[in-house]
Design a protein around this ligand. Structure first.
Ligand SMILES: [Mg+2]
Length: 233
């Protein structure tokens, strides 16, 4: 059993979504949101003066569709876009435009492997191979070749996927931007994530005097994270 984590006084919660609050599904749009998760997030908002954010690789519109207004703030696409409160406009970070031929090339790379999935994003793309595990190395090679010519973009390993994203944005930037504004400012950040992209968020929370927790080490499963949220809400 992992040690029990005490929620600090005056905490602010910064939570990754996929693989942290919810289990992975065969495709990104097939995830299931347990109703008790939404209840826990709402209750934690009340307890923490609304200092509850989701920090994810997904676009903010997808988070809205999945979670509604349960989180108070949302950082989407790995810090590329931040909405500081439910009625706020989405603040885009200034980012390089995606080269025009990349979508077609990435789509073609995925199409060569039955089960592989191309997911477009506003400032990048993802090649998923959860349903075609043997295609992982070939898709990595294709994505590497695509990004090689453009130093403003980078290739990131994700969960059964390869993601191309702008170098400027990461979840650490998102944590710093959220913690700089009410209702997060002055609180103790508690970041929970499961993936390589969460390491920037974990480090940022620790650097701000808070807790940066890897889901696998601190909780062991998304269900255990949800149980912890429920116990603290
Ligand atoms: Mg995750």
């Amino acid at each position: 059993m992992p040690p029990v984590i005490a929620l600090p006084d005056r905490a602010a919660l910064l939570l990754d979504l996929d693989g942290t609050l919810i289990e992975f599904a065969p495709t990104p749009d097939a995830v299931i949101i347990p109703p008790d998760l939404l209840v826990s997030l709402q209750r934690l908002r009340q307890r923490l003066n609304n200092a509850v954010a989701v920090v994810t690789g997904r676009p903010i519109a997808q988070v809205d569709a999945l979670l509604g207004d349960a989180p108070y703030a949302v950082a989407g696409e790995h810090g590329t876009a931040i909405r500081h409160h439910p009625q706020a406009a989405i603040c885009p970070v200034a980012l390089p435009a995606l080269p025009k031929d990349w979508a077609g090339r990435a789509q073609a790379a995925a199409a060569a492997h039955p089960g592989a999935l191309y997911e477009p994003k506003a400032h990048g793309f993802v090649l998923h191979f959860r349903r075609a595990p043997e295609a992982g190395p070939a898709l990595q090679a294709a994505a590497t070749e695509i990004v090689a010519a453009h130093p403003d973009f980078m290739l990131m390993p994700a969960n059964m996927a390869w993601e191309v994203k702008p170098r400027a944005a990461d979840k650490g930037e998102a944590v710093r931007a959220l913690m700089a504004q009410p209702p997060f400012a002055g609180r103790v950040p508690v970041y929970i994530g499961d993936d390589v992209t969460d390491e920037d968020g974990i480090r940022a929370a620790q650097a701000l005097g808070g807790l940066g927790l890897r889901m696998q080490d601190a909780f062991g499963s998304p269900a255990a994270v949800r149980a912890w949220l429920a116990a603290n809400g």
